[in-house]
Design a protein around this ligand. Structure first.
Ligand SMILES: [Zn+2]
Length: 143
């Protein structure tokens, strides 16, 4: 079985992750995870993709052996746990919104557009506010 992780943010080429890669990565991965209860976030203690002046949220990353490519730690966690490849149109999302969390129970595979909807619902996208003419008039508020 092979896995094709695709990192759109870093615009890296898709790389084939072989069973051999996974075998090498597995112990390296778990070495960097602060594993706690199933309900808790398992925090990545290894490298992240956040630079010093980087404002975006950091994701854990780990180097794919014998390549110059990085794979995001939460994506690797998903692959190791669910033992299936990531489809090209899929994005591995966090239910917990903790970007460095690698708890597979907090991860789900969504389609790219699902993640956008999720972001909008949570108020991180655009257009999340009702226009002011949709707000109830103040006199309708009973306190
Ligand atoms: Zn979490």
């Amino acid at each position: 079985m092979s896995y094709i992780p695709i990192d759109r943010e870093q615009k890296i080429d898709p790389v084939e992750l072989t069973d051999r890669h996974l075998e090498i990565l597995k112990p390296r991965f778990w070495d960097k995870v602060w594993k706690r209860g199933e309900d808790e976030c398992w925090l990545w203690t290894g490298a992240t993709n956040a630079g010093k002046n980087c404002k975006r949220l950091p994701y854990g990353v780990i180097k794919i052996p014998n390549t110059r490519k990085l794979i995001k730690a939460h994506i690797l966690s998903f692959i190791l746990h669910y033992k299936r490849p990531i489809e090209a149109n899929e994005e591995i999302c966090h239910r917990c919104d903790t970007t460095i969390c690698v708890n597979p129970y907090h991860l789900f595979a969504g389609l790219k557009s699902d993640n956008m909807q999720d972001m909008i619902k949570k108020g991180r996208g655009q257009g999340q506010f009702l226009p002011s003419d949709k707000m109830p008039p103040k006199s309708d508020i009973p306190f």
